[in-house]
Design a protein around this ligand. Structure first.
Ligand code: ZN
Length: 348
């Protein structure tokens, strides 16, 4: 059976109300300021110090116009320091490691706050694919850490399991309504998350991953049930992915590549094919060059206020790398989710 892959990028999440990477710190510190800054909390104090010393931002005085670094930048400078075993003035190595943890936690909170929003498009997409009996032949891949698509699929966890391509230490063999099932190959929906996921908790001591219940992003503080070590959320910002060594994410990539080889139609949703994602380009090129059959590619990434110029640039970005027959549409993710079948069959 020829399969179809849906590739979800940040644009799909933002259409469902998820905060953009560039808004995360404004949202977090805005909320904190309204609640009243406390100097009591170690974590809060560490974050305030970090933005003050490293980026010259006084969070007590910031407003919606304050220019924060992106999430990737804020965490990237910490990750590189850890990786290179270097430090920053006034920050110990231990503080640098803790800060990484705090920043991920901060992002988790900001994104969790959005989870009570309706997330209509993701739910609608899943429902429509089930209704026209297409979900079983669909592979979903995502560059997003958020769990919008996970939760939309989990609403149907009685009907099918979810296969992330990795095994979790805490998932029971039989699925329950709160957890997705362990991959049972045949009837599980494949969801490959290239940069990790907010509901994956990694224990660096045991080298295992646990899955948090659906509807929740990673819950902190959380310690490994086996050894007591502090979990870290398994997410990897894309910008310096090449240094990634985590074996679980490596597995996700291999499984995704194998699965995508069976795909006849690849539908990009909310993904702009940015230059920084060279590793994604590499993967897609590998799939395209492997071809045992034609690979049709559709791009759905329109949104309100998108300029003709940026559309043109984006179209060129896709076409120069993947070929002139890429179908670059003027649809937005919501339109696709409302009637996926309309754009499904191609090249028949
Ligand atoms: Zn452990």
């Amino acid at each position: 059976m020829m399969k179809t892959a849906i590739f979800l990028g940040a644009g799909a999440s933002s259409e469902d109300g998820a905060p953009l990477q560039s808004e995360i710190f404004n949202k977090y510190f805005g909320g904190l300021r309204r609640a009243g800054l406390s100097q009591e909390d170690d974590e809060e104090r560490a974050l305030i110090k970090y933005f003050q010393r490293m980026f010259g931002i006084d969070v007590a005085a910031c407003d919606s116009h304050t220019l924060f670094p992106t999430f990737e930048e804020a965490i990237g400078v910490l990750d590189l320091a850890v990786m290179r075993d270097e430090a920053y003035k006034e920050f110990t190595n231990h503080e640098i490691r803790s800060l990484r943890h705090y920043i991920i936690k901060l992002m988790t909170r900001v994104i969790s706050d959005q989870l009570d929003k309706p997330q209509e498009h993701h739910k609608q997409l899943v429902q429509n694919l089930i209704r026209c009996d297409k979900l079983g032949e669909t592979i979903i891949v995502s560059t997003n850490y958020d769990i919008l698509i996970d939760n939309a699929l989990a609403l149907h966890s009685q009907e099918f399991g979810l296969d992330y391509g990795i095994d979790f230490a805490n998932v029971p063999e039989r699925s329950t309504d709160r957890y997705c099932s362990q991959p049972d190959t045949e009837h599980s929906i494949k969801l490959y998350k290239f940069h990790g996921s907010l509901n994956w908790l990694y224990c660096p001591t045991c080298n295992t991953i646990e899955l948090t219940p659906f509807q929740d992003a990673a819950i902190y503080p959380a310690n490994c049930h086996l050894c007591g070590s502090q979990f870290s959320t398994l997410i990897v910002p894309p910008t310096y992915f090449k240094s990634l060594t985590n074996v679980y994410l490596g597995m996700v990539w291999v499984k995704a590549e194998l699965a995508l080889r069976e795909v006849r139609h690849l539908i990009f949703c909310g993904y702009s094919f940015p230059d920084v994602d060279m590793h994604i380009k590499y993967l897609i090129k590998r799939i395209q060059s492997y071809r045992r059959h034609d690979l049709f590619i559709t791009v759905i990434n329109n949104y309100d206020g998108k300029t003709d110029e940026s559309r043109k640039e984006e179209k060129n970005r896709f076409r120069r790398f993947l070929g002139m027959d890429v179908d670059y549409t003027d649809l937005c993710f919501g339109e696709f989710a409302a009637d996926p079948l309309k754009y499904w069959e191609i090249g028949q």
